[in-house]
Design a binder for this molecule. Sequence first.
Ligand SMILES: [Zn+2]
Length: 385
Amino acid sequence: MSTLADTKTLLAELIGFPTVSSDSNLHMIRHLAERLSHCGAEIEVWHDETGTKANLFATLGPKLDGGIVLSGHCDVVPVADQDWTSDPFRMEERDGKWFGRGACDMKGFIAAAVAMASHYAALDLQRPVHFAFTYDEEIGCFGARALAETLREKGLKPAVAIIGEPTSMRIIEGHKGCYEYTTHFTGLEGHGSGPDRGVNAVEYAVRYVSKLLELKEDLQSRAPEGSRFEPPWTTINTGALVGGVAHNVIPGKARVEWEMRPVQKSDADFVKGALHQFCAHMLIPAMQLVHPDAEIKTEVIGEVDGLTPMEESEARDLVMELTGANGADVVPFGTEAGIFQGLGMSVVVCGPGSIDQAHKPDEYVSVDQVKQCLGMLERLASKLV
Ligand SMILES: [Zn+2]
């Protein structure tokens, strides 16, 4: 069977596993593990604490540092309330396109990578190639974070990672991070006629939001020189301010839901540090003067690291050579790439299909895109021997 035909068969099988983030991915992981171990890959399956989800890490070639990771997430977004022409979990071919949930985001890349595994296995590999397939990307990259933690514990240091998110096979070397928080304010309820006898949680939340606005301004002057992001600096957004009961009641509870999108990790540290200072030295002492149990607590909803473009990048140079591209871009959407970069790897995002089709009804990957991806992976073989 040609590699393209094999990729098609495998993609149809993978689309058949309804790996929506809320559900188990174990059937898909088992299937991929079977395929890869059949090629002689060393397989590791690392479960999450619920035991219903797992990461797969498979290796072909010598047990050495400096390998190349091909990575993708197994989970897909839900299909509820979407109007599909055909069953989203049964692949259909129409007009040179393969339709199905996850076709481009990102089972197409996974199928292509695993279909190439038997070719790699037949070579005398000098450099290891790893397959890293994760869970829960769509809801906060939890799988990739756990995988990174396990690699760190094992002391394994691959050099390069290619994340096959749908980029229409363009090379992406940078995207902002996405950090989301909910900050909870607990004051003391009271009657509106005696403001000094209560701790007004909404008013403290407003002061907190004012601080966010101040930091939002400060961040503009911290934009790295030559930043290609749009806008070039780290942004902050206050998405919700919730609290209070009625005109004449001092509110005892309030919360602020906010996010920042860092262009560099130091900006996130700057914001967190400034907020900590402000709460610890200004807001909390004032609140506790009236009510010792008053508090401000920030809940981390998700901290997905950005991918920072690097001046020297083995991954970019490698994938430019493999695809014939003459440059690399930055994009506004987040991926798992920053997590791999955090492990010290050189990372790019490059995969078949368009982000325009991801998460939508009638998601597809075009056969032409899959061919281009297989071309890249075929040429990668020469870099492994
Ligand atoms: Zn994705």
